[in-house]
Design a protein around this ligand. Sequence first.
Ligand SMILES: CCCCCCCCCCCCC/C=C/C(=O)SCCNC(=O)CCNC(=O)[C@H](O)C(C)(C)COP(=O)(O)OP(=O)(O)OC[C@H]1O[C@@H](n2cnc3c(N)ncnc32)[C@H](O)[C@@H]1OP(=O)(O)O
Length: 719
Amino acid sequence: MARYAQVHGSVALITLTNPPVNALSAAVRHGITETVTRALRDPEVKSVVICGENGVFCGGADIREFAKPMGGPPLVPMIAAIEEGDKPVVAAIEGVALGGGLELALGCHYRIAHTKALVGLPEVTLGLLPAAGGTQRLPRLIGIAPALDLITTGRHVAAQQALKLGIVDQVTDQSTVDVAIQFAKQVVGQPLLPRKLSTQPTPCPPDVDILLEEAMTQVKRRARGAIAPVACVMAVRAAATLPYRAGMQKEQELMATLFRSSQAHALQYCFFAQRAVGRWKLSSGAHSGNSKPRPVSKAAVIGLGTMGRGITVALVKAGIAVVAVETSDKQLQMGKQIVSEMLKREAQKRNETPRLDLIRFTTSMLELKDSDLVIEAVFEDMPLKKQVFKELSSVCKADAFLCTNTSGLDVDELAAVTKTPELVVGMHFFAPAHVMKLLEVVCGSRSSPEAVATAMYLGKRLGKVSVAVGNCPGFVGNRMLRPYLEEANFLLEEGATPELVDGALEEFGFAMGVFRMSDLSGLDVGWRIRKESGLTGPDVDPSDPPRRRQGQRYSPLPDLVCEQGRLGQKNGRGWYLYDKPGGRVATPDPKIHQLLEEYRLKHGIRPRRVDRQEVVERCLFALINEGFRILDDGIAAGPEDIDMIYVFGYGWPRHRGGPMFYAGMVGLPKVLERLEHYWQAHPDVPHLEPSALLRRLVDSGSPPIDTWRDFLQRPHSQL
Ligand SMILES: CCCCCCCCCCCCC/C=C/C(=O)SCCNC(=O)CCNC(=O)[C@H](O)C(C)(C)COP(=O)(O)OP(=O)(O)OC[C@H]1O[C@@H](n2cnc3c(N)ncnc32)[C@H](O)[C@@H]1OP(=O)(O)O
């Protein structure tokens, strides 16, 4: 796990060998300890170079080991032995030096990086802190402020930036190992003490206390309840205020708390779940391992509304040529102008030239004849989409993939109007499409493995987390959203206010509560869907009581709000009042409180006190319950898929792992008991009836989440 060689006579070359990222498993730590001891003892060896096999220095501690009892040599003394040695040790950083990998490099006396290398301390994203001395050595090397930035965000830094910050001593575009070997030979005999970071004072500005306090306030505001970023600030404070040894003690204490926390488990689960969802599988037996994507060099986008514009920008950012189609010149010009501005802003951020040359704007569908893949992003209306798909089927080349960005309509119905239903697949982007990381790839019953593979791979090229889902109304994300929204409305009827509900959900960790989120999306979106489904408007069955529709409880509150012309943030009034149309500053609106009071009076509802716990349980357990149904229906392959959809598309706090992971954390018997309790109280709300899968899991002793797939009964599975 660590190879030893003596090169150029006097240099010991230690190579970490643990593919794919040379993670510091017990065996690798053992290998490093042994080879470093050998090098330090060998009188012929004057200096040492540590590198990683296959162009990767080291991806950090082996995250899989965190779930098991720890064995093998611990990292802290291993790194201390390197630093304390009397021979210069040079880290040759290719690929990445992340987490424990960078901490290992910080224990070396010099660091040489390849121009394409990335370094960083991403432990915070796993619910941890850099506990192999990273919180103590990095501030000593680069100062408090930049160290705080890197440690609390976990962001990766490119080699040139690392050089500017002083993290590495040299950057090269030659063979890093060769350069490091030459370097190691040159520094023999030079004083080593100044290079031993643990012996150095931490450079502190005079206002270090204020700096740390401000960092703590900022981190707490951004963390949304996550504890690791806060612990990171505390550890860096120790580097600023305590001697090295005491600082290390503090680092270990903080790590011990984080290491055992449910947040760390949740974040580490997310790390692996994010990677697992890329490995999709269909009920036909096709899967990511046996289905090849087809290359997409020319794409097309139909419709330059909000979604179409975002999708166009996302494609161009990935270097893909796009034909962007609108129906009229006026719409086209407007779309063109906005897309151009978006691209310029994006390019400015990355210090690049905007690739406007990659887009061809047109009103003619005939220009799609060369496109490899078309993404339809017109208004969410089935007859309109069918018309577009019919036309696409006649103008596009015979093997073009035809994708729809529908957020919930039937992909099979669209496929049925084309000549090539096997090439039709859903690509459900989330607004803003050039920013949001989630892509639901909707597999229709006739979608070919190649179509699914191509859409999944295209998502990856666009920097998205692509999740394959089955075809049903709302797919996974929006289908689960419905009970969540409905419970929030019912809570308003019963006595809550929008700010109480949102406050509870934001305290849980959502960036935005349900009503602020609805205001942001536009209240008319749901209103139109409810009208189309006959839940409100002229098509309502007149025999339905006012708060019942289609045999179940219904809250007409959101319809009333829309009828008052309150459409959300865009016109400055929704569930909240905004500073201006399109403004972001939301304040509770007495008119909404009045509307709620009058509504309750009219319907004879005696308001009661709703507490935050009830908000969280009713909204989230209803959503989770639907998640269990989705699993049993074969619309999502596993709980990880649902969790990643919610983390990347719906603002679910990552440190709570996603809804299904959270259910496991809370305890499935408790979720079941609370759902039963609420269902008894509200028997006219079917989504509160505990799902069959939840009952089966509880009956089976609530097994761990990674075994839930064994309990699925999927007679009609689509995945
Ligand atoms: C009881 C009290 C005890 C208290 C104290 C105990 C303390 C003990 C621990 C001390 C720890 C000290 C502190 C150090 C902590 C760490 O180092 S944590 C790890 C930090 N590193 C990271 O977060 C990096 C994670 N990896 C990545 O970001 C990326 O993988 C990459 C390196 C940038 C490569 O990306 P890419 O090329 O896109 O490949 P991937 O698909 O992401 O990965 C390929 C496969 O490798 C697996 N993998 C990657 N990194 C690790 C890792 N560090 N450990 C284990 N496995 C890793 C990844 O999962 C992929 O495999 P599959 O999932 O099978 O696809």
